[in-house]
Design a binder for this molecule. Structure first.
Ligand code: ADP
Ligand code: MG
Ligand code: MG
Length: 209
């Protein structure tokens, strides 16, 4: 089993739908420790992405789709998360310029995304950001692919680890981004970007299932 362009198209469609469904939740999370725009920013961005990808005339590769996702997010999301997700999808797209992805290519895609986020935002694990979802997701994907799993199972492992990672941000004190302005008062709330990252990875896994 490999993942192809149709998988990438399904991922985008499911991601846009899931972000719309989670819009209020993401706004609420960002209201607790930020400025309350994360759900609105991302919903606007992924609606633009979905329209763009639907209108694409026969994209040849997964990389082509991910690169279009990146440039669309960069021009439509804004805030901290626009450039972060934009760079994530840009790097993900670079490492997956294949027509079909096996388990190792899925790992490379996820590693590219994490690398894009950390090169842009300079956050490490435990700083209460989206890195706390992506880093364990990559670790889980590496383990799953190493154990001989199919791409769909690799993505499921990554998505589940991202969900755990998002929950793990609740007790943390933020040291990057807007939430860091709150200092100790940022503890007790889930990071909105970690939550949206888990949602995006869950959509990727569902698209492959
Ligand atoms: P803004 O804070 O500009 O309003 P958003 O609300 O769209 O932007 O996104 C906030 C999210 O961005 C945070 O929840 C966090 O996950 C992520 N974030 C902020 N700064 C960084 C960083 N330096 N590295 C990684 N992620 C970050
Ligand atoms: Mg915000
Ligand atoms: Mg903002």
């Amino acid at each position: 089993m490999t993942l192809d362009v149709e998988w990438a198209r399904r991922w985008v469609a499911l991601a846009a739908q899931a972000i719309t469904e989670a819009k209020d939740e993401l706004v609420e999370l960002d209201r607790e420790i930020g400025d309350g725009d994360h759900g609105v920013n991302l919903d606007r961005g992924f609606a633009a992405v979905a329209a763009k990808i639907e209108g694409m005339d026969r994209p040849a590769t997964v990389g082509e789709i991910l690169t279009t996702v990146a440039t669309t997010l960069m021009s439509s999301v804004g805030g901290a998360s626009g450039p972060l997700y934009g760079t994530a999808f840009l790097r993900a797209g670079k490492v997956s310029g294949l027509a079909e992805l096996g388990p190792d290519a899925v790992v490379a895609l996820l590693e590219g995304a994490l690398e894009g986020i950390t090169s842009r935002g300079r956050a490490g694990v435990g700083e209460k950001t989206m890195v706390d979802a992506w880093a364990p997701a990559v670790e889980a994907a590496v383990r799953s692919a190493g154990a001989g799993d199919e791409p769909a199972a690799v993505l499921r492992a990554a998505a589940d680890a991202a969900a755990d990672g998002a929950r793990s941000t609740i007790p943390l004190v933020a040291s990057k981004g807007r939430a860091s302005y709150l200092g100790e008062r940022s503890a007790g709330h889930m990071d909105p970007g970690a939550r949206s990252s888990a949602i995006l990875l869950d959509a990727a896994a569902r698209a492959a299932a």
